[in-house]
Design a protein around this ligand. Structure first.
Ligand SMILES: C[S@@+](CC[C@H](N)C(=O)[O-])C[C@H]1O[C@@H](n2cnc3c(N)ncnc32)[C@H](O)[C@@H]1O
Length: 175
């Protein structure tokens, strides 16, 4: 059963945060995407034809207002909760006015002592991708409510929320 259906519906220049691994957003949007990831090997192993830069999402090396859209596909689940406010602030800074932040992720309450695993069947604009994302560590947790607070503190305005079980897709706009 497909858990997530992604259509090619974001336009302009896209910054994909934590965009290594499966490189889902880069596979869909190709050269429109600049993917950043803190681990070069995650960028190297991602299939697809998109720009890849090794960079920390907490400190983006881009000028203000340089992207039409910012995406985070099952990236925030990997970040410690205390690092998420900086990522939202940076996403808001590099978005142009009217640009949107798109977040796909899944809530969880703990990733210790065992890992929290998310198994996904994705329809990536027609390409099937089957993968498992896992996170391990004390103090790790994620909820959509926490992300809504981070976005509000970063000055982003909510546009839409969709939920499917523990999975969610949230969109905000920079006004
Ligand atoms: C589950 S993977 C993301 C999945 C990816 N979006 C995809 O399409 O498969 C999470 C990624 O976030 C990266 N990451 C973790 N902390 C980061 C940070 N502070 N800045 C940038 N990337 C980071 C990890 O190296 C990892 O490749």
């Amino acid at each position: 059963m497909v858990d997530i259906i992604l259509k090619r519906e974001i336009s302009g220049r896209i910054l994909d945060l934590g965009g290594g691994g499966e490189g889902v957003i880069g596979r869909i949007y190709g050269r429109a995407v600049t993917a950043i990831d803190i681990r070069q090997e995650e960028l190297d192993e991602a299939p697809g034809n998109f720009e890849r830069l090794c960079m920390d999402a907490r400190r983006l090396d881009f000028p203000d207002t340089s992207f039409d859209a910012v995406t985070a596909f099952y990236f925030l689940m990997y970040l410690a909760p205390e690092d998420r406010p900086a990522v939202f602030a940076e996403a808001a800074r590099v978005l142009r006015p009217g640009g949107r932040l798109h977040v796909w992720d899944a809530g969880y309450g703990s990733a210790s002592p065992g890992p929290h695993l998310v198994e996904l069947e994705i329809d990536a604009a027609g390409e099937p991708i089957s993968t498992t994302y896992g996170v391990l560590g004390g103090g790790m947790e994620l909820s959509s409510g926490e992300l809504l607070r981070c976005a509000e503190n970063a000055g982003l305005s909510p546009v839409s929320k969709a939920r499917h079980g523990e999975h969610f897709y949230l969109i905000w706009e920079k006004t």
